[in-house]
Design a protein around this ligand. Structure first.
Ligand code: 13P
Length: 251
């Protein structure tokens, strides 16, 4: 399985010109990259800027979607709309959506199921906050996010899902989870998935890490902590740094 590197641009950049510049710079840097799957998740309004991506292997993803297919849901974007726009992935359950938009595990579960039903691959984010970690609740929080978020997701469907472990305390803080701890967490999540599904499913599961990833620490998560990819925020807005990250992974 190729490592998966996902750029989450979040609510950036502020202009179409800026989005095009960023996309094209990354595209140029990806020309010789073969053994890494690179996905860019721009704000919805910029998805179209990336329609010349065929020349490269860059794939597209949404940062969120609604669980309903169509209808009177002002401001929402459906999984099918993302798919028809050329997206292969959708980020769901990001901690910023859980925190700022009160997304619950139940809502995330509906979104996951809706995405899978149209063959859009969910990148399902889980992770504890600083407070939860300090209170020793990390394990129970992850277990509950997995149980509720993946409720009624079958063994067959789970193959479409990538789990992103993104501890909220590491996001945008410049304080990444250290490799040893990340290794423990990946093992813990895999054990939970083995219990919920099966050992072989847990072994095959693609898990990625996110939270203050940069070109210096990127490789460690994959080589030493049993993650098969990365979910990158801040560093994906700096094309030089992002390209450097992808190159260290592909080397
Ligand atoms: P940073 O890389 O900026 O810490 O953000 C991580 C993230 O939230 C990606 O989804």
């Amino acid at each position: 399985m190729k490592p998966l590197i996902v750029a989450n641009w979040k609510c950036n950049p502020q202009t179409l010109k800026g989005a095009k510049l960023l996309f094209n710079s990354i595209k140029r840097g990806m020309k010789k990259i073969r053994n890494v799957e690179v996905v860019i998740c721009p704000p919805f309004v910029y998805l179209l800027t990336s329609d010349k991506r065929q020349a490269t292997k860059i794939k597209l993803g949404g940062q969120n979607c609604f669980w309903k297919g169509k209808g009177p849901f002002t401001g929402e974007v459906s999984p099918k709309q993302l798919l028809n726009f050329g997206c292969k992935y959708v980020i769901l359950g990001h901690s910023e959506r859980r925190i700022y938009f009160d997304e619950t595990d139940e809502m995330i579960n509906k979104k996951i199921k809706a995405a899978i039903s149209v063959k859009l691959n969910p990148i399902f984010c889980i992770g504890e906050t600083k407070e939860e970690r300090e209170k020793g609740q990390t394990q129970s929080i992850l277990k509950s996010q997995i149980e509720k978020g993946l409720k009624k997701v079958s063994k067959k469907e789970i193959e479409k899902i990538t789990i992103a472990y993104e501890p909220a305390w590491a996001i945008g803080t410049g304080k990444p989870c250290d490799t040893e701890e990340a290794q423990k967490m990946s093992l813990l999540i895999r054990k939970m998935m083995a219990r919920k599904y099966s050992l072989s499913i847990a072994k095959k599961l693609r898990m990625i890490y996110g939270g203050s990833v940069n070109s210096k620490n990127a490789r460690d998560y994959i080589k030493e902590a049993d993650f098969q990819g990365l979910l990158i925020g801040g560093a994906s807005l700096d094309p030089k740094e992002f390209i450097k990250i992808v190159k260290t992974i592909s080397a």
